[in-house]
Design a protein around this ligand. Structure first.
Ligand code: AMP
Ligand code: MG
Length: 337
């Protein structure tokens, strides 16, 4: 199939919406990363998303709606806390796991009786949802296991010939996927996947916020994942990624002793002034690092890097999302100095 490249014009967004209504898959920009969008209620379309990505069937898709009030059509027993969170964080990069009803097929939810609901703020995604009138299932638009796409070109690279169209909406603002939460008790939530809505931001509305242990630790053999996506190898470029948690001085010493220019280093912006070996920078603070991380992992493959030492990001605030993606890209290989 030929993959159309569409632009952010009303005519092209109508084309995208029409394709989705017809059961096709369209690459769509969002404020987090690009998604592979299809009608969440159309089992065939959803099956095609799983096969285009090579995604395991038990890894559920997030369903995107135009407004949180729409969630009532697809879920049951929405907790009062969800409405308070929606008032503060929707539209935006927050996904709430709620009990689903029959309008969301089991293929979409990966066999679970819950569904992740998100209200995206990106005007292109928002308009396509409105024009199509469909709930839109949209996982990240990468080949399963590979770094997520943050530009239309990334989507074309992974999906050309496999999907009907890609809409170019520029670079994704946040650069990492949404924060996924489930509800615990009346006033608590659990973070299943960290994103740009941070623990402290959630604590403005919730009494308790638990960070699921699977965010920072490898699951033990046979252990059940609260967030099925967390059990798979993820976000990995072809290069072997090794994370080094240390200050710049010790990082430099380590690289000097273990390859110097023979390897590639991914360091903070600003570090390069003091770092004499081959490197690429990925931003000077957590938000910049979130914005750049997937693009850099893809660039490392483009230049043919085989082994990459990454100076570990802070795990505070938005940094937890960056740390979580990198520790998975590194297959939990972390050297702490
Ligand atoms: P992606 O589609 O690539 O953004 O990944 C979505 C992730 O959200 C999945 O891998 C799950 O980890 C998580 N998720 C989606 N729906 C649910 C759900 N119903 N329960 C728990 N986690 C979910
Ligand atoms: Mg993904």
């Amino acid at each position: 199939m030929e993959t159309l490249l569409l632009k952010n014009t009303e005519e092209d967004l109508n084309t995208a919406a029409e394709l989705i209504r017809r059961g096709e898959i369209v690459g769509i920009p969002t404020e987090t990363v690009y998604g592979l969008g299809a009608d969440a209620a159309n089992e065939n379309a959803v099956r095609n998303i799983f096969s285009a990505k090579g995604r395991p069937a038990d890894n559920p898709l997030i369903v995107h709606l135009s407004d949180f009030s729409e969630a009532e059509k697809f879920t049951e027993e929405i907790p009062a806390l969800a409405y308070r969170l929606a008032e503060r964080f929707c539209p935006g990069p927050l996904t709430m796991v709620l009990r689903k009803n029959d309008r969301i097929p089991m293929v979409t939810s990966g066999g679970l009786d819950t569904v992740g609901i998100r209200i995206p703020s990106h005007p292109v995604m928002h308009r396509i949802i409105e024009l199509s009138g469909c709930p839109i299932a949209a996982p990240s638009a990468n080949i399963s296991g590979y770094p997520s796409p943050t530009s239309a070109m990334h989507v074309i690279k992974d999906m050309s010939g496999k999907i009907a169209a890609v809409v170019d909406g520029g670079q994704s603002e946040f650069g990492v996927e949404s924060t996924v939460i489930s509800f615990e008790g009346e006033n608590g939530v659990r973070i299943l996947r960290p994103g740009c809505v941070t623990k402290n931001m959630l604590l403005e509305i919730c009494e308790s916020v638990v960070i699921d242990p699977a965010i920072l630790n490898d699951l033990a053999e046979g252990e059940k994942a609260a967030s099925p996506g967390m059990k798979y190898k993820h976000y990995s470029p072809k290069a072997d990624i090794i994370m080094i948690e240390s200050d710049l001085e010790s990082f430099t010493e380590y690289v000097k002793a273990h390859g110097g220019d023979e390897v590639f280093s991914l360091i903070y912006t600003g570090d390069e002034k003091y770092f004499p070996y081959r490197n690429m920078t990925y931003g000077g603070n957590s938000s910049e690092q979130a914005h750049l991380i997937f693009q850099r992992l893809r660039e490392l493959d483009e230049i043919g890097a085989e082994k990459v030492y990454v100076r570990a990001p802070s795990s505070e605030g938005v940094g937890l999302a960056v740390y979580n993606r990198l520790i998975r890209a590194a297959g939990f290989e972390v050297i702490r100095i």
